[in-house]
Write a new protein. Sequence first.
Length: 670
Amino acid sequence: MPQASEIAWLIPVFPLIGAVLSGLGLISVNKKINNSREIVSVSLISFVGVSAVISYKALIEQINGFQPVEKLFVWASAGDFTIPMGFILDPLGSVMLALVTTITLLVMIYSHGYMDHDKGYVRFFTYLALFSSSMMGLIISPNLLEIYVFWELVGMCSYLLVGFWYDRDGAAHAAQKAFVVNRVGDFGLLLGILGLFWAAKSFDFNEIALRVSQSVAENSLPVWAALLLCFLVFLGPMAKSAQFPLHVWLPDAMEGPTPISALIHAATMVAAGIFLVARLQPLYSLFPSIQFIIALVGTITCFLGASIALTQMDLKKGLAYSTVSQLGYMMLAMGCGAPVAGIFHLITHACFKAMLFLGSGSVIHAMEEVVGHQPVLAQDMRLMGGLRKKMPYTSTTFLIGCVAISGIPPLAGFWSKDEILGNAFISFPAFWFIGFLTAGMTAFYMFRLYFLTFEGDFRGENKELQKQLLLASGINLEEENNHEHGSLHESPWSMTFPLVFLAIPSVIIGFMGFPWDSKFASLLDPEEALMAIESFELKEFLPLAIASVLIASIGITIAYQAYFAKKINLSILFAQRFPSVNKFLSNKWYLDDINEKLFVKGSRKLAKEVLEVDSKVVDGVVNLTGLVTLGSGEGLKYFETGKAQFYALIVFGGVILLVALFGFQSPQVT
């Protein structure tokens, strides 16, 4: 039997086969394929399951010390110019493949219950399979060009899934916003890739770093040009991983089905940008200024996301801004030259954040039974409360996720986030301080979500509050909320099983990253792991770790006193005392308003002016040309009489005219 590493190219192929078959079925025998939804879902889950088995086997091989495998073939050539394609499987790729296949499998199982009554069930599963295939292809890509191909496929699938409910205005607008913002980053990425190929004559990650370094040393490539190319490539990860200021698409993408929030916007697609920066570390490590920019962007992003999450009342958007913040932590690690720490947090975060998003979907699924299928009501935490008694599995796993992301030991989030903060303390102390404050904010807003959702009394039957929320959103209560009321209950097993499963790694996976003996670092970078073990000092680790736990505990305590014990009124203490700050955070730093005014309305105004020029100038010239042609044709037709005498007269007149003209111009003889 061949090694799993040797057949890694099959990992993205199996989900692709499933997606193509079900897609062809939707095109050719739509009614029949939709009536066979369970057969389709089981088939697609099986295809992804086969990929998962190969991925797990490949990961085990890498853990056991197998050498990375890279196989290439010439995709296109012209003279000395060749474009290689193929696949690479190394420790980083094997870890990412295991993560993506695991989360995809769990999300597909979860979707069977969540999307059970949706008319687009089969289409949804087809999109899921196509997305997973694209993401797996991106991970095993051996060079920048191939990554770009799968990068765009992942973006296309994101557009389809975010706008899955395209008949809803919110979903359609969110899909367009995600598409446009990501095109900005992808345009920079494409320019950067082409520029690096011009400079290095290669798309290979290590070759690019080596040749750019040589070119800069030999002064054949100016330093400013190398920095510009590195930054252009970084624009792609900035958009894909929702980094400031290209983060604005991610919260709006919550308009898609909740399983998509767990799969794409917590665990996989947004991780693609972090993954690409990790792949390009040999290049970025050559330029400290670029690493500083990466760290700065990550720091701003983590603080921005956490600060906005403080005021969110929509459960999914609160988790979305939390995701933005955690992605900022990962990018901060990359800028500090600690890609292993960033990838480790990517893995731990994927587990507990996917669980949190799926938990929010379970809550929304239950809330729809009471308040209807209007997202404004089903996702607003002001209508929740007291769900712990009705939904024990969902509430328990959600609590585990909150503890993990808050950085409380011994859960996974503590070990990965603390490692990032430790590296930031060494590289950029100011950025460490901001990340440290953000850790306290994270603990506060996550337990705010938990207490508002699961503790206290249920508020979902408050008709007056429902009416206020609907009117504030411009929705008529009688028209939009006319449904039969049900009762709160726990979600079916297909939705609770993934929650329970993900709770396990959320608790224990952090043990793979002990700073004094990191098995995770030993797998990804043995030399760095050995250096970390040799340089580890308990007296340096403990103060930072204790400080991190202490500020998280303070955040949890404030949330408990404000939203559970009701002993603190934050509205009086903060919102009324600092109304401008509260308004600033509630309006998401006004970034959406700025984008709306500058780019949306600005581009529309520009398009309108271009249309005016087109209609008045361009069309005017064309219309004038047509009128002149028409008029001259109308006039000349009278000269076409068909009479020879008339034609002779015209010729005679022309001759007389020419004689007179030349005679006038000839010099007189004296």
